[in-house]
Design a protein around this ligand. Structure first.
Ligand code: TAP
Length: 482
């Protein structure tokens, strides 16, 4: 099918006021790092250097934890919930007012299409603050147990795939429940977290309630190891999550871990195929497949497999891959060279193990990090591309004959974060949801997020929930749990 030719529709980047270098946000101020070292953050679409960012040392983390402790003890931990809620409402409104600035900056630093940062990441981040603002003065009615109280200082470490949104998932519930935070954004995507620090200043948030320290894995490890941190909230890979669990074993620290996934998107023969195809595309090609809950394994009933595959490839051929700031772009840049190498290596393993590889053959920009939307058919359960998280725009297709076989294959993974079911039968949806070992099961849709709905995994996808009432529980201790 021929692609329509669209004129370029680039979003202007003039709205973003990029500084050449950024300090750390500690105690309500931007301060230089004590180690003096920095690193560059680049646009993955062009490899252009966007800014120099501070590499926080253990001493910087120590200062951030001290600022968070002072703010907790002197101000935030004592403030009535209704007053905390007003700050959260204020932050939410500023995020809405500055939405375009955040969206452009996110697309520049992360490589995701502006359509997604504008319509998904930023509105959902604001929604998380609005939602949690509403809870701040109602915690005793949230069935959290008797006398819910904050932990104190929370250390938070987040990945690069949804930089602002993951920050909102972490900071909004922590603040609503009366905790103060030290947050580290990912090394490749620090800029929207630093813009968020400016929002905290604009909202007159008391100094030290939110502290942002930029850096690489060592900075994250310094947060994890710091004895002044009462609770940890981590989102990232299963490998690092396991290291964190080992580091804090035997300490009094509480933790929630949101880790990887290898979700099954299951299409039955009675599903409306065109809608299912849209769901498959959204499931794995949204955000370049850099989504922990991505529908990276398509399980399709054998009787419709050929038809689904045909329509899927036809649809994929219409996807526009390119400039993240162009409003017509569907698939943007891969976030980093390292991630591109990982995707390249895993897809090469798929071919070597005997699966059939197909891609859209679209043109890719000469500079930057890019990967064509790719589909593997003839995948067997033992293939690495069926077992390991690729975290890129790559779909592995497997088939099944009966619902029991679909369940067995869907659950045959070390992960258990999400799953999707496509069928006309309501009873089958309920039966499948009951059988699938996944924290979230979507029915006739995929990748739908809402702050009221708890999100989190089973097995190697981690423990704890974020969002909803369940998410609040992770940020409080109660008479029962103290
Ligand atoms: P990771 O390498 O695990 O990095 C996540 C964060 O941890 C980054 O800020 C990273 O810093 C930091 N970090 C690295 N080593 C650390 C250590 N030893 N101690 C403390 N912090 C450390 O993952 P990633 O490559 O950024 O993200 C991709 C992975 O995250 C995928 O597996 C994906 O499934 C998972 N993910 C899960 C979810 C949920 S909700 N379950 C959501 C998004 C992503 P640097 O960036 O500087 O390395």
């Amino acid at each position: 099918m021929a692609k329509f030719e669209y004129a370029p529709a680039p979003e202007s980047r003039a709205i973003v006021d990029l500084q050449p270098s950024y300090g750390l946000f500690i105690g309500g101020e931007f301060v230089p790092g004590q180690g003096g070292a920095g690193f560059k953050t680049v646009s993955p679409a062009t490899e252009e250097v966007l800014a120099e960012v501070t590499d926080a040392t253990a001493a910087d983390v120590d200062a951030a934890v001290a600022a968070a402790r002072a703010a907790y003890e002197q101000v935030w931990g004592r403030m009535p919930g209704g007053d905390r809620g007003k700050y959260l409402f204020r932050i939410a409104r500023i995020l809405q007012e500055r939405a375009r600035e955040f969206a452009v900056l996110e697309s520049l630093d992360n490589g995701k299409p502006i359509r997604e940062s504008r319509d998904v990441d930023v509105p959902l981040a604001a929604a998380h603050f609005f939602y949690h603002a509403g809870w701040a003065d109602k915690l005793q009615y949230a069935s959290l147990g008797p006398d819910p109280r904050p932990h104190g200082v929370v250390g938070q470490v987040i990945p690069w795939n949804f930089p602002l949104l993951m920050l909102a998932w972490k900071i909004a519930p922590a603040l609503a429940t009366g905790n103060t935070v030290v947050l580290k954004p990912a090394e490749t995507t620090p800029l929207t977290a630093l813009l968020f620090a400016q929002v905290c200043q604009q909202a007159d948030l008391p100094p030290g309630v939110v502290n942002i320290v930029t850096g690489a894995g060592a900075t994250g490890q310094a947060i994890v190891d710091h004895p002044g941190v009462d609770k940890l909230a981590f989102t990232g890979s299963t490998a690092v999550g396991k290291m964190i669990a080992r580091s804090i074993a035997g300490t009094r620290k509480h933790a929630t871990l949101e880790l990887g996934g290898k979700a099954a998107n299951i299409v039955f023969d009675d599903a409306p195929i065109d809608q299912a195809v849209e769901g498959i595309v959204n499931g794995i090609f949204f955000n370049q497949g850099h989504v922990c809950c991505a529908g990276s394994r398509l399980l399709v009933q054998e009787s419709v497999a050929e038809e689904v595959e045909k329509r899927l490839k036809r649809r994929l051929a219409t996807l526009r891959v390119g400039d993240p700031l162009d409003k017509n772009t569907d698939v943007g840049a891969i976030n980093s060279r390292a991630q591109l190498e990982r995707i390249t290596a895993l897809t090469a393993a798929g071919e070597a193990e005997g699966a059939q590889r197909w891609d859209t053959g679209c043109e890719l920009p000469a500079k930057g990090f890019w990967f064509r939307p790719t589909v593997f058919t003839g995948v067997s359960q033992t293939h690495r591309i069926a077992q390991e998280e690729i975290f890129g725009p790559v779909l592995s297709v497997l088939t099944f004959r009966t619902p029991q076989e679909a369940v067995a294959k869907a659950n045959n993974t070390p992960y258990g974060l999400s799953a999707g079911v496509w069928t006309e039968k309501g009873s089958r949806i309920l039966w499948m949801a009951d059988q699938l070992r996944a924290g979230v099961v979507w029915a006739n849709t995929f990748n739908k997020f809402d702050p009221t709905s708890p999100f989190g995994g089973y097995k190697e996808s981690g423990y704890g929930r974020e969002g909803g009432r369940h998410g609040l529980a992770a940020y409080v201790t109660t008479g029962e749990s103290q």
